[in-house]
Design a protein around this ligand. Sequence first.
Ligand SMILES: Cc1ncc(COP(=O)(O)O)c(C=O)c1O
Length: 404
Amino acid sequence: MTNRITVPFGTISIPERSKELIRNILETKRVSCGKHVRSFEEKFAALLGVKEAVAVSSGSDADTLALAVLYDYGAKRGDEVIIPALSFVATGNAVLNAGFIPVFVDIERDTLNIDPSRIEIVITKKTRAIMPVHIMGKPAKMDEIMDIAKRHKLHVIEDAAEAHGAFYKGRPAGTLADMGAFSLYVAHIITTGEGGIVVTNNEDYAEILRSLRSHGRACKCRECSLNLASKYCQKRFQGDNGEDIRFIFERIGYSSKMNELEAAIGLGNIEIYKEILDKRRRNLLYVLDRFKRFRPYLKTIKEDDGEQIGPHAIPIIIQEGALFSRAEFTNYLEKHGVETRTLFASMPTQCSGFAYLGYKAGQFPCAEYAGKHGLHIGVHQDLGLEEMGYVLNTIGKFLELYQK
Ligand SMILES: Cc1ncc(COP(=O)(O)O)c(C=O)c1O
């Protein structure tokens, strides 16, 4: 065995620039959502080439609030939103937290993403949206999904939580539909510690999102987040009889603003984004290129023509016929310094919170298989090819123990 190396699952970069900004924010005592959040939103939007970005307090809230925008467009509480059966549980939680009912569709075994050929079967009169997830940064089949949505007049919101740096046919994941929701949690490529952001080219959606993140206020233009006590927005006292519109609540809202300290971490991260992305991509491609040797027992995803996988993490699915369990595999990796995470689960049939929806085990065979036999490992910027080589060697040594 090669010398033991430690391969942690995740990391966080906090550049000097972030520390400087945080010191200033603390000095000026303006910590709640203000000009740094606005600046982060502008930079994030520019990075993706979209008109608008609205920062919120988590990726889960980014999903939830993006869905809640649909109430301004005729959706009713209790309407349905189609999502993949396999995702981080936040996707399903967000649909419920927004007041909709999740309707699950199985994934494809190869891509681990929603299977577009199964979407139309579950569309009903109550369906309002499809929310594909680009799981592990691999873009979902957006052309097919957008085509179905167009035919059935549905909205599409991308859960792009794991898809920073992913491209589909030349366009960034997250910008391919009505809205894209990103997580900025530490495990993600651009992070604010905790946080999320919704991107869109629709300025009306962005206004509604700004209202939703602040209790449903009528006060929702960009300036309102600038937090300048002395310079009120022109619109402030323009409600009926000169009422302050900041205290008019137009919709059911959330308390979900990002704060200035989080934005400062994000601003520093955006400055080194390219560097982080390149390192992660190098790590990811190094492993994907060499993974074939573990067939037929282990499989990962591959980068298909016309796409670029966002280097979030590497999924591994233990295949039928392997003589070892997931627990044996992950215990071995952990014992040899390689941190692992399980690859989520089939929300409707393997996460007990969703049991009341009435789905039965066996309804989502591909998601359930991945839920039982999947794991993922890190490719982050503090790792290099030495660590990636060590991961591959460690997996190879483990498989040798189980050669038939
Ligand atoms: C697919 C997916 N959706 C949503 C989320 C929620 O993000 P957060 O943890 O920032 O709430 C995550 C988290 O990593 C995720 O992986």
